[in-house]
Write a protein that binds this ligand. Structure first.
Ligand code: THU
Length: 130
C-alpha cells in the first residue's frame, strides 16, 4: 500500500475536519464501498463526552446513508508514532459492514501498516448468532 493511495489521502484529509476540542486527538477514516466510492469521517466530540462518535463509525454510517451496504477497504489516520487502530466499538461496526477487510493505518508523516480485521477482532459477534 502506498501513502498516495486515494483511500489513505482521503482519511488524512478527513482528519483535518476532526472536532476534538476535548481530547485534541484528531482521527480521520475512509471506507471504500463495493462500487469504488470513498466515504470519509472524522471524530466528533461532545461536551457530555459519552456521545462522542469515532471517525470510523462516522465514515461507515455516512456510507450507509449514501446507499452503500458493504465496504472493501478501510483507512484510519491519526498523528501517532505507534499507529492508531480502531477502538473496540468500531471493530464491531466494521465487522458487520466489511467482514474480514484490510485496515490501513496511517499517520501524516508517511508511516503505514496493514492489518486484517479478523486479526484485530478474532471472535466477533454477528448476525450468525441470531
Ligand atoms: N477515536 C476515534 O475517532 N477512533 C478510534 O478508533 C479511537 C478513538 C476518537 C474518539 C475521541 O474523539 C478521541 O479519538 C480520543 O479518544
Amino acid at each position: 500500500m502506498k501513502a498516495s493511495d486515494p483511500l489513505v489521502t482521503a482519511a488524512l484529509a478527513a482528519r483535518e475536519n476532526a472536532f476534538a476540542p476535548f481530547s485534541k486527538f484528531k482521527v480521520g477514516a475512509a471506507v471504500e464501498g463495493l462500487d469504488g466510492r470513498i466515504h470519509t469521517g472524522c471524530n466528533v466530540e461532545n461536551a457530555s463526552y459519552g456521545l462522542t462518535m469515532c471517525a470510523e463509525r462516522v465514515a461507515v454510517f455516512k456510507g450507509i446513508s449514501e446507499g452503500a451496504r458493504r465496504f472493501k477497504r478501510v483507512a484510519v489516520a491519526a498523528d501517532t508514532r505507534r499507529l492508531t487502530p480502531p477502538c473496540g466499538a468500531c471493530r464491531q461496526i466494521l465487522w458487520e459492514f466489511c467482514g474480514d477487510v484490510e485496515i490501513l493505518l496511517v499517520n501524516p508523516h508517511g508511516k503505514t501498516e496493514t492489518h486484517r480485521l479478523k486479526d484485530l477482532f478474532p471472535k466477533p459477534f454477528d448476525a450468525t448468532y441470531l
